[in-house]
Design a protein around this ligand. Structure first.
Ligand SMILES: [Zn+2]
Length: 287
């Protein structure tokens, strides 16, 4: 059955609402947006509303606008549980994100301090960078917002904020919302609620958060019943071109800007050796 292009926008938005009520995953909206241009526009409007509603738990609309302006100026993005909550809201129904993580390039912290000052967010302190993340993260600024929630600004060691994100402890943390696009670096695993430990091990707090949100946690892929796929620690990925990365243009202005993250040349992987017997890339044991 083909759906006529001229189906009115209000009918389309009812169809989308119905189709996503049980399955709110961004991947479902992406599939619906491929039907035709009316669906594409309606899905984008749903995602754009969702982005703002998740962030609204931390700040009001005027502050959200200036947050995205600053992110655009410095080439930063939102990561952490807020990004995952936009991609997979189902995990967060009973346990909404508790803080908001901003990733920013090296040398852009002064812009964030000015942004905090302009909104009266003066209750802030410099946090300690976890030793196993010192290669990727230069500093962390903790900001207590007016409603008691927290904002964490992670300054990358590189001119790309992606370095900090791609050095995350868990694959489920490798998601981002830029002022134009949403990125999911491990789409298959994320959609299926699976998270694997990366180079820097997750903390007990991280693992507890995954359990509360019913995300399956694996220390490694070695006991999987099938090949590791994209989660194989033997496979290194290159950010250039964002091959294998799920991306979605949530802003109507996305087409006006080229994708700066697709232009970066960062290499990342999630481990060293693969011992999964079902995986073609496993380490071959020598007798
Ligand atoms: Zn493998």
């Amino acid at each position: 059955m083909s759906i006529p292009e001229q189906l009115p926008a209000d009918i389309v938005s009812c169809i989308i609402e119905q189709a996503t009520s049980d399955e709110p995953s961004l991947s479902k909206l992406v599939r619906l947006s491929h039907i035709n241009s009316v669906f594409a526009e309606s899905c984008r409007s749903v995602v754009s509303t969702r982005v703002r509603s998740v962030i609204r738990a931390f700040m009001d609309d005027g502050v959200i606008d200036s947050l995205f302006e600053t992110l655009e100026n410095v080439h930063g993005f939102i990561g952490g549980s807020v990004a995952l909550a936009v991609i997979e809201p189902g995990f967060f129904i009973d346990h909404p994100p508790r803080d908001i993580d901003i990733m920013t390039p090296s040398g852009t912290m002064t812009e964030w301090v000015a942004w905090c000052d302009s909104h009266g967010f003066v209750d802030r302190e410099t946090g300690e960078v976890n030793p196993d993340r010192e290669d990727s993260t230069k500093s962390i600024l903790w900001v207590r917002m007016h409603n008691g929630t927290e904002l964490k600004i992670h300054q990358s060691q590189s001119s790309s904020a992606l370095l900090t994100l791609l050095s995350s402890n868990l694959t489920s943390q490798m998601n981002a919302i830029s002022p134009f696009r949403i990125y999911c670096f491990y789409p298959w695993m994320t959609v299926n609620g699976i998270s694997i430990s990366c180079q820097g091990s997750p903390t007990t707090y991280d693992i507890d958060q995954l359990e509360r949100r019913s995300i399956e946690y694996y220390w490694s892929t070695c006991l999987w019943n099938g090949p590791c796929g994209r989660g194989c620690p033997m496979i290194w990925h290159l950010s250039y071109g964002l091959e294998g990365v799920g991306t979605y243009e949530w802003s109507r202005r996305a087409h006006l800007s080229y994708d700066i993250f697709a232009e970066t040349h960062l290499r990342w992987g999630i481990g060293d050796d693969c011992y999964n017997v079902h995986c073609p890339y496993r380490v071959q044991e020598i007798d």
